[in-house]
Ligand binder design. Sequence first.
Ligand code: PSV
Ligand code: MN
Length: 388
Amino acid sequence: MTDVAAALAGLDRLAIEVPSWAYGNSGTRFKVFGTPGTPRTVQEKIADAAQVHKLTGLAPLVALHIPWDKVEDYTALKAYAKDLGVGLGTVNSNTFQDDEYKFGSLTHVDKNVRRKAIDHHFECMDVMDATGSRDLKIWLADGTNYPGQGDIRGRQDRLAESLAEIYARLGDSQRLVLEYKFFEPAFYHTDVPDWGTSYAHTLALGEKAKVCLDTGHHAPGTNIEFIVAQLLRLGKLGSFDFNSRFYADDDLIVGAADPYQLFRIMYEVIRGGALDPQNQVALMLDQCHNLEEKIPGQIRSVLNVQEMTARALLVDRTALGEAQETGDVLGANAIFIDAFYTDIRPALAQWRESRGLPADPLAAYAASGYQKKINDERVGGTQAGWGA
Ligand code: PSV
Ligand code: MN
């Protein structure tokens, strides 16, 4: 078994990006429940995100979604975030909420709609220039509901053309990450359904284009850690959208549904060198807190990623390599299982204390009075949600 202290030293490389929208209201198509203290503005979302970083030391960046987080002055927004101890991360585009996009955006048959969608990405790049964000994340709702509805191949050609135009405007230190999803809102086919399609497009675009893997965007039973290993091997994994799912794209707290799967993913992340900063893989959350309190929900999420990373760091890779080479099936599997079942929580509490962080970030949040303060202060206005 790997030495715990040595394994935990690897945790200093862990930095998780939190999504601004996790602090706003969300729900299902049946009901969105509001909660007291929900941010009304992007500044309030960033202030909430800063609490997560302050208490865990794990979440230094906040991802933005445009237009949900639109402001007049992004340089000022960056300075505001910096004052609170966080930075602005990935800029997420949105081509799924305008009427013109009913039949697609970057793939649309009408060149005027494609123009609008491409220009929206240019607008996102202007935001990135001001915020210093590295990544432009593209997820498309494009697809069809019925066989025959669209020319699947023609849509791919238009997608490639539109992406090339967006890619050409990236600055030297900027990247494009293309997220895939096999269904929803389109139900028959989506235009970027899987990692292979995202890989094909990003490969054609060039070095600055990578794949974004959202853990909730696979068919049940998919071996996600295999995809992680393959994309890292190919140098094409740009970012994660972490969350967990029981059924569809549930966007629940990462590690809540299947901690062992998260452990296996983090093992491949470590194995593939993706915790090393030079490999530039963004570990983002993409979650919604429909029922639970949002800030504690985000704290729980980053702690889950940390805990499964710590357990994955415990895997004795030398012993594992020997077992694999000698065909010791159960021995190799036991090495994995031993690491997964190690209760690392007391060691993590110590790790936090040694860095001036609270041993129990959730208890520290409850005791901080922050929730009461925002509940009292944030009265009136419109609570943020997916439309704002
Ligand atoms: C789509 O389901 C998605 O995962 C994309 O990342 C969007 O930008 C995001 O959800 C919105 O939460
Ligand atoms: Mn996502």
